[in-house]
Design a protein. Sequence first.
Length: 394
Amino acid sequence: MPTQLKRQLLANQLNLKIRESKEDQFQQAVSDFFKKQMNLVLTAFDEYYNEVMLLQGHINLILSPIHEMHQEYYDLLLEYNLDAYNRGRKQAERLVNRLKQKHSLKAVSLEHDGDDKYTKHFGTIGYSEDHLSSYTFTASEKTMSRVDGEINKILTTGYQEGWGVKDVRNRIQERYGQFTTWEANRIARTEMQTAHNMGMMNQYQEMGVKYKEWRSAHDKRVRTSHIYMDGEIAPLDEKFSNGLMYPGDKSGKIREWINCRCSVMPYLGPTDNITTPIGQRFGVDEHNVNQLLKEHTGGALDWEQYKQVLQGKTIEQIGIILQSKRQEEIYEEPSAEFTKWIDYIREGNWKDPEKMLEKIESLGYRKTNKLTESELVALQYEAMYYYQKSKRIF
């Protein structure tokens, strides 16, 4: 592997480790928040829930801690999002100046001249932080509304169907148990990823970068579609081919941004910042992709073969590709457990798409889990597709 590519991969992996450490702290903070909220809700439940006569006033009192803690949750998200956003800006500045130095171009500082054509897309630094604050408020509001709605549903359904006090209480605890584990992990990863890449994009805009490149996390957990996107180049003010402005951009389809760990990189060249394939809106650095496929598949596939494999074939036909020490082509046959869950998703007998999605995403946290990491990623991707299909998102 060329020395420069090794350095790029090493730098990317190092930044990823730093982000993962911050993400772990974020996840723990979110988990602690929901544990605190659960205890307050259960205390109110013990005082006001009446299985003989449950009035709307009683429900409101039980749910009141959720409403009262919205500001606390927003402040929590904003603290970590601003940290990720500013780290993204600093990383973007280093990347751009390093590339400009490599191509003998003038390095650029954080100073902004207040007049460039990208302001209409991303705004100034001040606007961008305001935009981040607004985005964070909306995200926190959606989560608190969802929690309120789900606990409300448990209370009303339990009362109407006569579950009994103990059963209703246990179900509230069980749902909060999900918020303190895999939901906390998903929230931390998605929020931090969005904020970090938002910071990078705004810094690129400030420094006059014209093109961006999609870069995957370069490990076995990368979803299939994002391995395919690795190295894709697009103008800074236009979307990538998957409809996202940057990894974690929530304006796109949910299956593309949820749990995503990819990065957005500047793409600069010796002249005019880039040399793009003539007549193509998007370019792909095939050399990088070939090297990454070699790392991922043990030399089983090159770029052209990989594109053919991805076109129109099911997960079973593609197979789950493993690294091989002998660098031979090895495929893992889908396990019986994997096949069972794939059938569950595709048959569509589930009545509630949210519950289906939650069930699939929680598989990795079960002590009895027999699925490989690759199978878990494939199932989550498949579940997200059918979730959006049921919601008519696309």
